[in-house]
Design a protein around this ligand. Structure first.
Ligand SMILES: NC(=O)c1ccc[n+]([C@@H]2O[C@H](COP(=O)([O-])OP(=O)(O)OC[C@H]3O[C@@H](n4cnc5c(N)ncnc54)[C@H](O)[C@@H]3O)[C@@H](O)[C@H]2O)c1
Length: 307
């Protein structure tokens, strides 16, 4: 059987993901779906012109029927990004878009992996599992993987070290309620706070956390959208599933109480995602409090909106 994928939504994020997937040659066929037919036609022409010499993957105009041949569906359809409103404020519009997409997914009885990067991700991850009555291990929100990359990039600039030498995570809500786990961060295997004191360095954690949360907006203010960062995250998630790596990543998953979704450390493998046994045991009380607030915010929004 062919290894196929569908990308739903071909705006900035969708087309960038398509380009990265083509370059990685992870799929035989990538089916493109968007309510804007002209965009689909244009992207197929441009993406196939841009991959003829370097990739075996093919891009094709897709329909929901094509999902029957796919192992992955990546949803990026959504409300255009803005620097003036929060991701959660877009919930009503995003749910309307998702209702039409999920109805179509249901009609074709698709039951493989669904990767979501549309915002608000945590709400839409929860909504997808609930509306489709789906196996939650197979619905993966890209969550705070991007926030985590932003944390590592910003911290590496401050400390002047390679970001790959930083082992640390951002969890909770993707966006305004994201919680940076400074207390469990390791720099070359040394706890961050010990590393700072041993090197006579100071770090304003609150300031850094604000910068991580604002980074998306700062990009949108300057070029109206962000897409390379999230695209890298989505391709990484897909690769870790396909190659059955058991990598630990901070991704949006249904909570153990099953009444909302948020980013937590999950184990990624050929079965999808599962809560990691490598629990965040070392986080301090301040971070525990912030994470509880972040979770409550998401849970309460779902109750308020009756989702
Ligand atoms: N997870 C992250 O880290 C991250 C980062 C950047 C953007 N995003 C989110 O990704 C989403 C897309 O952002 P973008 O900049 O590409 O937006 P965009 O406006 O450029 O593209 C959205 C696309 O979705 C399509 N669409 C709308 N309704 C549809 C439907 N019912 N079926 C199929 N297609 C439909 C539109 O025609 C458009 O082509 C937004 O929700 C944005 O907030 C997430």
């Amino acid at each position: 059987m062919k290894n196929n994928c569908a990308v739903i939504g071909l705006g900035w994020v969708g087309k960038t993901i398509c380009y990265s997937l083509i370059k990685e040659e992870l799929f035989d066929n990538i089916f493109l779906i968007d309510i804007n037919e002209k965009i689909v036609e244009a992207e197929i022409m441009d993406l196939s012109d841009g991959s003829l010499l370097s990739s075996l993957s093919k891009v094709k105009k897709g329909s929901y029927e094509d999902l029957k041949t796919c192992n992955f569906v990546i949803i990026t359809a959504g409300v255009p990004q803005t620097s003036v409103s929060t991701r959660l404020a877009q919930t009503d519009q995003a749910i309307k878009i998702f209702d039409s997409i999920l109805d179509n997914i249901k009609k074709v009885n698709y039951d493989k992996f669904i990767v979501i990067c549309s915002n608000p991700i945590d709400i839409l991850t929860y909504y997808t599992v609930k509306k489709l009555n789906y196996d939650y291990h197979k619905v993966i929100g890209s969550g705070t993987l991007l926030d985590t990359n932003r944390y590592k990039n910003l911290l590496s600039d401050i400390l002047n070290i390679d970001p790959k030498n930083i082992n640390g995570y951002v969890v909770g809500e993707h966006g305004g309620g994201a919680v940076t786990l400074f207390s469990s961060t390791l720099i070359n295997n040394v706890p961050l706070r010990t590393y700072l004191s041993e090197n006579n360095l100071t770090l304003n954690e609150e300031e850094l956390e604000t910068k991580i949360k604002r980074r998306g907006f700062e990009i949108v203010i300057r070029k109206n959208a962000t897409y390379f960062g999230v695209s890298e995250c989505v391709v990484n998630i897909v690769k870790n599933i396909i190659f059955d790596t058991n990598k630990i990543l901070p991704l949006s998953i249904i909570s153990l109480s099953k009444d909302f979704a948020y980013s937590h450390l999950v184990n990624v493998n050929k079965n999808g995602i599962e809560f990691s046994k490598e629990e965040i045991l070392l986080i301090d009380d301040n971070e525990k409090g912030k994470l509880e607030n972040s979770k409550n915010k998401l849970r309460n929004l779902i109750i308020d909106k009756k989702l």
